[in-house]
Write a protein that binds this ligand. Structure first.
Ligand SMILES: *Cc1c(COP(=O)(O)O)cnc(C)c1O
Length: 332
């Protein structure tokens, strides 16, 4: 299938490297474990969101917007990436944040404010029940000042953002050819579904034989299957894509969420510490640490026995670790 990508801004440092985790693979004794270093897509704007935002912000500019409004948790990586890239492009950024204003801005929030984003804090309950109203309110607020607003949904996960990881699969295909490998599984953290949607459709479109496994960090398997499908439906409609979604297998593992979103158990912090010390790769407690820990548990349970190679997509998130350094320090 030849793929007609829509307008895209060159914001990320791509292609990112694909590394073999040699010592870890030897210690675990299973398939070789590779990591796609999407924690290296940029510095302050690093992680997976920049890949989606290359397409999302291209659309915002094409629409003539001067102000982008998006949302997330207080430690949202997506909000931080939007704040940085907004500054890079000369766009005003407003972040609708879920939760209380902390006494001291840390991690991602610190960077949001450093990059000049306006932020508003909203109690979790109100945010969950009335996010649509909050967006309306802030859009009206900026429009009253004569701004041209563009709204980006949670995690930039919608029919536009999906392109980011469809394009990443093209990179992975080249990586695999270069290393002479045919990984059976590609594992990643799934939070708002857009990365999973892009990877899942991407392997079908680019004819890569790997199965995509989204490790949920919140919500349920049923939620993700529905959300990913909705993002792909939106993508098909917006761009007139001729792809039968029944031919796009979706797989979500929701067994490693732990207590709650953004709350990691001691095991997860131990894995984060282990991988940092063993391989020099830093995972985060909200997304990649949980997903990587879950992947190792599945590996030990023999789930990847039929594979010679598996790939973990490191979607970033390092700044969120600083906001949880107290919990992390308990395992050193
Ligand atoms: C947002 C995020 C994810 C999840 O990606 P989605 O496309 O929202 O599912 C994974 N890892 C990190 C570090 C993230 O910031």
């Amino acid at each position: 299938m030849s793929i007609a990508y829509p307008a895209r801004l060159a914001l990320a440092r791509t292609p990112t490297p694909l590394h073999l985790l040699k010592r870890l693979s030897e210690q675990e004794g299973g398939p070789r474990i590779w990591v796609k270093r999407d924690d290296l897509t940029e510095c302050i704007a690093s992680g997976n969101k920049i890949r989606k935002l290359e397409f999302t912000l291209a659309q915002a500019l094409a629409d003539g917007a001067d102000t982008v409004i998006t949302c997330g948790g207080v430690q949202s990586n997506h909000c931080r990436a939007t704040a940085v890239l907004g500054a890079r492009l000369g766009l005003k950024v407003h972040l609708i944040l879920r939760g209380e204003k902390p006494e001291l801005a840390d991690g991602n929030l610190f960077l949001d404010q450093l990059c000049g984003a306006a932020v508003s804090f909203h109690p979790a309950k109100l945010y969950q029940q009335g996010l649509g109203d909050l967006f309306e309110q802030w859009v009206a607020h900026y429009q009253a000042q004569g701004c041209k607003t563009f709204v980006i949904p949670t995690g930039a996960s919608d029919g536009i953002g999906v392109w980011g990881y469809i394009a990443c699969v093209e990179e992975l295909k080249n990586d695999f050819a270069q290393h002479g490998i045919t990984p059976k599984y590609i594992v990643h953290a799934t939070g708002s579904g857009g990365t999973q949607a892009g990877l899942s459709a991407g392997v079908v479109m680019h004819k890569v034989s790997a199965a995509i496994i989204g490790m949920a960090v919140c919500d349920s398997e049923a939620y993700f299957l529905q959300k990913v499908r909705a993002d792909l439906d939106d993508w098909k409609k917006r761009y007139g894509i001729d792809l039968d979604l029944d031919d796009v297998p979706l797989c979500c593992n929701a067994s490693y969420i732990g207590e709650a979103y953004a709350k990691a158990s001691r095991d997860v912090f131990e894995t984060i510490h282990r991988i940092a010390a063993l391989e020099g790769i830093v995972l985060d407690p909200v997304y990649t640490g949980k997903a990587f820990h879950g992947m190792l548990m599945e590996l030990r349970a023999g789930k990847f026995e039929d594979a010679e190679d598996i790939v973990f997509v490191h979607t970033g998130g390092v700044y969120g670790l600083f906001a949880q350094r107290e919990q992390a320090l308990e395992v050193f």
